[in-house]
Ligand binder design. Structure first.
Ligand code: UD1
Ligand code: UDP
Length: 428
């Protein structure tokens, strides 16, 4: 099999590194492309080095620009690369503009696209990432959902269960694989006081709006704890533009950190304040209480596990939550004990195995339906005595989901149906 992997920003390099490693281990050669969305050394090359990845085969050098500029330019160039390389599958992770370009370029060439970290939803269409993840999922032939909740989001959008695989999140693999290395190699802790909070901010809706960014900065200035803030270039630019940088001079404002330094710093933090997606996950993996500076999250599992609280973006509400998390000892302890909902750290291996199997069986091909024998029909049916005890894999229709006690459940192949359940099915 010939995979083509597109990884163009720091979180994509981090979360695809376990997949790349597994392809390397199995001796499968992949083509590695970056659109060039992240081009600064501190957002890209540092991660290639820290993660010991090879240099990309292609760099489209799309750089920064408007949503449409970045997405369309990358798409045009990706199309040329895909036509030249003829990959058996194209793989991307997450929800950046580069991922949208990749998924659209592939599907329109009738080439299968596999989406790692599929099914996340914030239901906030003001986030560019929400649009990107919805569209990327709908362009995919293989969707790697980190959790059952993410898989159900996909099923509720009519994506067939056969395309969906619940595999955990590669962020666990990356964290576990690299924390030990970070402990050996990184000297970051020597530079700061022993007790501190970590802060990261970069979401467009937080930092591009004066009112929102000012509200967050107002709150930060009132927090007495040491705050270490590796500043994303977008945020630095906006803090400068809005003349808010001076107000943060008592905080430890530093350049974006390399991956090893960052995860070590995060792992020893008293708590983290963030609007990052990946850091909400890492916090719960590293058992560091997380305060999310957003009104929504596409990672509700972290909140339900008890490791993350949504503080919103208003100054007074942020201060309330920070006070609660740091001073309510019972809550703090509970947050430290939250169970990681993102799997066992073998997600990269699972993804590669599934892709190789699907390729072997021809299941990655983009097939057209045949309605000459009748249309597909979605129906709800009650599990009766005839269906009771039957396994999902042995039924002659597709089960989309199981509803039990008003709760939706994913129809795992080995699940046995029980009387009292209702199932949603697709008759072909
Ligand atoms: C992008 C993703 C976001 C992801 C984040 C990871 C989209 C819509 N956004 O956000 O989902 O969480 O990456 O960090 O895809 N800049 C530099 N150097 C660089 C790259 C960017 O200085 O190497 C500055 C530029 O001023 C640029 C701004 O950051 O205009 C924003 O960059 P962009 O790639 O559009 O979005 P991110 O905020 O990095
Ligand atoms: N990260 C890093 N250095 C930093 C800030 C973040 O290495 O200074 C890592 C962090 O460990 C996480 C990822 O970058 O894995 C998150 O990236 P980001 O917050 O930019 O994007 P998101 O996850 O929100 O898409």
């Amino acid at each position: 099999m010939k995979p083509l992997i597109v990884a163009s920003t720091r979180p994509e390099l981090i979360k695809l590194s376990p997949v790349m490693r597994e392809f390397d281990r199995r001796g499968v050669k992949y083509v590695f492309v970056t659109t060039g969305q992240h081009y600064d050394k501190l957002l890209f090359k540092t991660f290639i080095d820290d993660l010991e990845l090879r240099e990309p085969d292609y760099d489209i050098k799309v750089g920064s620009g408007s949503q449409a500029y970045q997405t369309s330019l990358a798409m045009v160039e990706l199309e040329k690369i895909m036509e030249g390389e003829k990959p058996d599958v194209t793989i991307a992770e997450g929800d950046t503009n580069s991922v949208l370009s990749t998924s659209l370029a592939a599907v329109k060439l009738h080439m299968p696209f596999a989406h790692v970290e599929a099914g996340l939803r914030s239901y906030d269409r003001n986030m560019p990432e929400e649009i990107n993840r919805i569209l990327a999922d709908h362009c995919s032939e293989a969707l790697f959902a980190p959790t059952e909740k993410a898989a159900l989001n996909l099923i509720n959008e009519a994506i067939p269960p056969k395309k969906i695989h619940i595999v955990g999140n590669t962020v666990v693999d990356a964290t576990l694989q690299n924390l030990a290395i970070a402990r050996r190699k990184s000297r970051i802790l020597e530079k700061f006081p022993k007790e501190y909070l970590v802060l990261t901010l970069h979401r467009a809706e937080n930092v591009d709006s004066y009112k929102t960014l000012k509200g967050i900065v107002d709150a930060l200035t009132k927090i007495k704890e040491n705050i270490i803030f590796p500043v994303h270039p977008r945020t630095e630019k906006m803090l400068q533009k809005f003349k808010l940088l001076d107000r943060l001079k008592k905080k430890f404002l530093i350049q974006p950190l390399g991956y090893l330094d960052f995860i070590l710093l995060l792992s020893r933090a008293k708590a983290v304040l963030t609007d990052s997606g990946g850091i909400q996950e890492e916090a719960v993996i590293l058992k560091v209480p997380c305060i999310t500076l957003r009104n929504t999250t596409e990672r509700p599992e972290t909140v339900e596990a008890g490791g993350n609280v949504l503080a919103g973006v208003e100054g007074s509400r942020i201060l309330e939550k920070v006070d609660l998390v740091l001073n309510d000892r019972k809550l703090y302890k509970k947050m430290r004990r939250a169970k990681n909902p993102f799997g066992d750290g073998k997600t990269g291996k699972r993804i590669v195995k599934i892709l190789l199997e699907k390729h072997e069986k021809g299941e990655l091909e983009i097939s057209s339906p045949d309605f000459t024998q009748g249309f597909w029909k979605r129906e709800f049916i009650a599990v009766d005595s005839k269906l009771h005890g039957k396994k999902i894999r042995n039924l002659n229709f597709d089960v989309l989901k199981i509803i039990e006690n008003e709760r939706e459940k994913y129809p795992y192949e080995d699940a046995k149906l029980k009387r009292g359940q209702v199932i949603e099915i697709l008759r072909r």
